[in-house]
Design a binder for this molecule. Sequence first.
Ligand code: AQP
Length: 326
Amino acid sequence: MKRVLSGVQPTGDVTIGNYLGAIKRFVDFQETTESFFTIVNLHAWTVPQDPAVLREKTINLAALYLAVGLDPNKSTIFVQSDVPEHSELAWLLQCMAYFGELGRMTQFKDKSDGKQNVTVGLYTYPVLMAADILLYQADQVPVGDDQKQHLELTRDLAERFNNRFGEIFKIPEPLIAEFGARIMGLDDPTKKMSKSAPSPFNRITLADTPDEIKSKIMKAITDTENEIRYDPETKPGISNLLTIHSLFSGESIEQLVERFQGQGYGTLKKDLVEVVVNHLQPIQERHRELLASGEVLNVLKHGAERARAVAATTLQAAKEKMGLVL
Ligand code: AQP
């Protein structure tokens, strides 16, 4: 059985971009693969955090994993900082990674652009991500399109290590959906939707109320034409709305374009509001129940035990190869 690993940072309220590009797909993978899903809270510290908020967001995200349908009997669900092997392997891999290749990471360039006091952690975080994946000998990593470059780095580091020390790490494949791997910002459909984009009108989060969802979709930037057509190059706003609709409703882009033919953008937007609200409401209800039940910490404790057993074996093998076990 193939092994899958993926994770999400508890850096804000999860967006429908995170959901459609990653989390929603996790639920399918747990049926057919041996799955590990983590909450990468160490990654969160690449930018400043309030410790109490970070703790709350971490538990919140774990509850969301369960609310969307991840089952702890089928998947190993754990928090990154509960498995110290991640940090230890990250150090070993940092000693294999080149300064230049990390400097080429576009996410680092974007997140550090114009900022003072950029941390070393922001620079080296793709190596920690490589450790997250390689520790579990993952075959496949379902991610959104923005993580493609980091996955390539992970593969390079694994190959570099294996070439030097022998076959220790499996070389993982990124699993990037052909459609919907990059949901764009509602306020600027030329940039990806993101938890940390400055304007709340950039994103719909899984915590948004029906009124918030309505107001964000109705205000979404489109174009000055009035033709509903899928063309991400020249009509990024409408194409993004059609993509979101299709992923939530299951209707193909062709069906949607035909159904909304000759109608205004407002009609499409109103329909989309209904589709998104109807999809998110049961998840939000289950999320509230899970948070109230106190079940989440238990799931995470057991998940961390299972994850550690796998991670410790890989780390030990890597350390032996590097002359670090006496
Ligand atoms: N806009 C997006 N469309 C599709 N997939 C996306 N992902 C993120 N944004 C989109 C995917 O969501 C998963 C979890 O992402 P992450 O939490 O590890 O961090 P990120 O990729 O940096 O996502 P954000 O939302 O932009 O977070 P912040 O603002 O904190 O940096 C990944 O699989 C990612 O590809």
